[in-house]
Ligand binder design. Structure first.
Ligand code: GDP
Length: 469
């Protein structure tokens, strides 16, 4: 695993980034006696990369008289220990002489540096952002450590700087990184009260369905998009209905209006093979946020790479509806056997996407595109689904009767009521006497039951637990 140091003057936001990257694992921060308190180490995770991180923030408390000397010493030690330094500056306040001091130290070390311009969400931050170019450390990555913005770009910059080393000793895909359930939230008192119930209605089929296609480089995204758009007999007309702006293409597929996100001109790329191209999580995130349904293209000859799982997981976390395309199906010989194997792996490796639609296709021959489009529209309908409160509570009475909620400290947790507060993705509020005592296995029992009873397979489900007396 690589080691990354966060370097910068006091108050630029180093600790905020450190805490964000280390997350819940903060308990692992090295607190052994004898270890200098000027630096904190932690196990960090940024989307699909993992690394050890060193935060030099502690040195801010160093005695003022020796501050400069200690800063230099601690910073140098951290840079020496790290494979890469994130040099953080503050876009809101602009550069100061102290920034130049750290910049000099870094420059002299001649080790990889990613320049990070923090607080980019702040008004008037753009002057400070452009200021950072003058440091001569390359293009700054704008982020907001506080709001979690720019994390995809930061991930991409780290991977560009470190190359394959960024993925050294990855956690095995089978481990539980992907198996946790991110979709249950315990609401704080008053939280979500202003969320109004939307009227129950079917989605508007006259609006274009927004699709994005993501996947590893060479999975066949461009080929698939070109094939979709090139099937002219299926279009309303060769030009009619096709409008194009910088990021999306609109056309019709069997009478359904479709708007597709075109990642960085993927459509034009067509036959140009760029073998060394890396997955850009920042591009994927932009595409995912644009879309309602996101197709993850897997290369069926090399399926379930870690990055495939990362993408599927990102889509679920962003609350979008995923569909898997097993591409290059024309290269597969024992099709039935392979398909059964791929479906089994999908259920096992992506348990949070239980029931996800997965369709074999060939961008090369065009086989399977109709079925893929059908899976997309079905998934979209599921994602838009509304379930009446009456039906939900009938179901709830049945499942809680069949398998009552746990008793903790001699008292049974009391479940009162369930209602769907939102669709896109389906979001439910459950009124519970003691939300924190309900437990992960019981909430999983409920979300799995919901999926089954109301045919919500393959889309993310959010369950919010609200305390009632
Ligand atoms: P992208 O990087 O995901 O956009 O991938 P491309 O669309 O550029 O495709 C990468 C390579 O895979 C190219 O050489 C394509 O010709 C090939 N390819 C894409 N789709 C298929 C397919 O369905 N079958 C086969 N046999 N090759 C494909």
């Amino acid at each position: 695993m690589v080691t990354i140091a966060i370097i910068g003057r006091p108050n630029v936001g180093k600790s905020t980034l450190f805490n964000r990257l280390v997350g819940k694992k903060l308990a692992l921060v090295d607190d052994r006696p004898g270890v200098t308190r000027d630096r904190r180490n932690g196990d960090a995770r940024l989307l699909d990369i993992e690394f050890e991180i060193i935060d030099t923030a502690g040195l801010e408390e160093a005695a003022a008289d020796s501050l400069e000397g200690r800063m230099r010493q601690q910073t140098e030690t951290a840079i020496d220990e790290a494979d890469l330094s994130l040099f953080m500056v503050d876009a809101k306040s602009g550069l100061t002489p102290q920034d130049s001091f750290f910049c000099e130290v870094l420059r002299r070390k001649n080790k990889p540096v990613v320049l990070v311009s923090n607080k980019a969400e702040a008004k008037n931050s753009s002057a400070g952002f452009y200021d950072a170019y003058t440091l001569g450390l390359g293009e700054p990555v704008p982020i907001s450590a506080e709001h979690g913005e720019g994390m995809g770009d930061l991930r991409d910059a780290i991977v560009a700087a470190l190359g394959e080393a960024a993925f050294a000793d990855p956690v095995e895909a089978e481990e539980d990184v992907f198996a946790r359930d991110p979709d249950v939230t315990i609401l704080a008192p008053g939280e979500g009260d202003d969320e109004e119930e939307e009227p129950i209605e079917l989605y508007d089929a006259t609006k274009p369905l927004r699709i994005a296609i993501v996947g590893r480089p060479n999975a066949g995204k461009s080929t698939l998009i070109n094939r979709f758009l090139g099937e002219e007999r299926l279009l309303t007309g060769p030009e009619a209905g096709i409008t194009r702006d910088s990021i999306s293409v609109e056309w019709e597929w069997r009478g359904r209006r479709i708007k597709m996100f075109d990642t960085a001109g993927m459509r034009r790329k067509a036959k140009v093979q760029e073998k060394l191209e890396r997955l850009s999580v920042a591009d994927a995130l932009r595409a995912i946020r644009f879309a309602e349904v996101v197709v993850v293209v897997f290369d069926s000859t090399i399926p379930f790479e870690r990055q495939d799982l990362t993408l599927a997981d990102l889509i679920m976390r962003e609350g979008r509806a995923p569909v898997i395309a097993f591409n290059k199906w024309d290269l597969i010989e024992d099709r039935q056997e392979v398909l059964a194997d791929l479906r089994e792996k999908t259920e096992r490796l992506l348990p949070q996407a239980r029931g996800i639609r997965a369709v074999p296709v060939s961008g090369e021959t065009g086989d399977g595109l109709d079925r893929l489009m059908q899976a997309i529209t079905e998934t979209h309908e599921t994602w838009n689904k509304r379930i009446s409160t009456a039906k939900l509570n009938q179901w709830l009475a049945k499942v809680t009767g069949h398998h009552p909620p746990p008793a903790v400290a001699g008292r049974r947790v009391n479940i009162k009521y369930m209602t769907q507060v939102k669709s896109r993705p389906p979001t439910f509020v459950l009124s519970v006497s003691r939300p924190e005592a309900l437990g992960a296995s019981y909430t999983r029992y409920l979300t799995n039951g919901l999926r089954e009873a109301f045919k919500l397979g393959g889309v993310p489900i959010r369950l919010n637990l609200r305390k009632t007396d």
